[in-house]
Design a protein around this ligand. Structure first.
Ligand code: 5GP
Ligand code: ZN
Length: 136
C-alpha cells in the first residue's frame, strides 16, 4: 500500500526521481541527499510501512539480505574501510521520515563521523531485572 503523503513512497515507486543504485519489484535503493559519508544509501521497500514494527517479516528479511549484498559492493567499489547499518524507529531514536528504511553508511578512516554511542554503566542486579522485563 502507498501513502499519498509519504515522500519515500513517491521516491521508491519512481514518482520522484532519485539516484538509484539498485531496484527490483519490492525495493529501491537510493543515495541519501544529506550523506553522512560518500556513498550513504537508503534501502526503501516500495510498500509503505511506517517503521520496523509495521514491516512484514519477510520484507525485513529481504532488506537485510540486500544490505549484505549492496554493503559488500559499496565497500569494495568505493574502497571504504567499514560499513554502518543504521535503522531508526520513532522520533526519539532519530527517525525523520516515517517510511521504514535501512541506512547503509560506508566508513572511511578519519571520515569525521561518530555513529557509535557513549557506553553507560549497569549493575548485575539491573541487568537481571531488565532481562526479565524484556522477556515479559
Ligand atoms: P531518518 O532520520 O528518518 O532515519 O533518515 C532519513 C534520511 O533521509 C536522512 O538521512 C535524509 O538525509 C534522507 N532524506 C530525506 N529526504 C530525502 C529525499 O528527498 N531524498 C533522499 N535521497 N534522501 C532524503
Ligand atoms: Zn511511504
Amino acid at each position: 500500500m502507498k501513502d499519498e503523503n509519504c515522500i519515500f513512497c513517491k521516491i521508491a515507486n519512481g514518482e520522484i526521481p532519485s539516484k538509484t543504485i539498485y531496484e527490483d519489484d519490492d525495493f529501491r535503493v537510493i543515495l541519501d541527499l544529506g550523506p553522512a559519508t560518500k556513498g550513504h544509501a537508503l534501502i526503501l521497500p516500495k510498500e509503505h510501512s511506517a517503521n520496523l514494527f509495521e514491516l512484514p517479516e519477510e520484507t525485513a528479511g529481504r532488506a537485510m539480505k540486500l544490505a549484505k549484498k549492496l554493503g559488500e559492493q559499496m565497500v569494495t567499489n568505493l574502497k571504504a574501510d567499514g560499513l554502518n547499518i543504521v535503522q531508526n524507529n520513532g522520533e526519539t531514536a532519530g527517525q525523520t521520515v516515517k517510511h521504514f528504511h535501512l541506512h547503509l553508511i560506508p566508513r572511511y578512516k578519519d571520515d569525521g563521523q561518530n555513529i557509535l554511542w557513549k557506553p553507560g554503566e549497569v549493575s548485575a542486579d539491573e541487568l537481571e531485572l531488565i532481562k526479565e522485563q524484556i522477556k515479559g
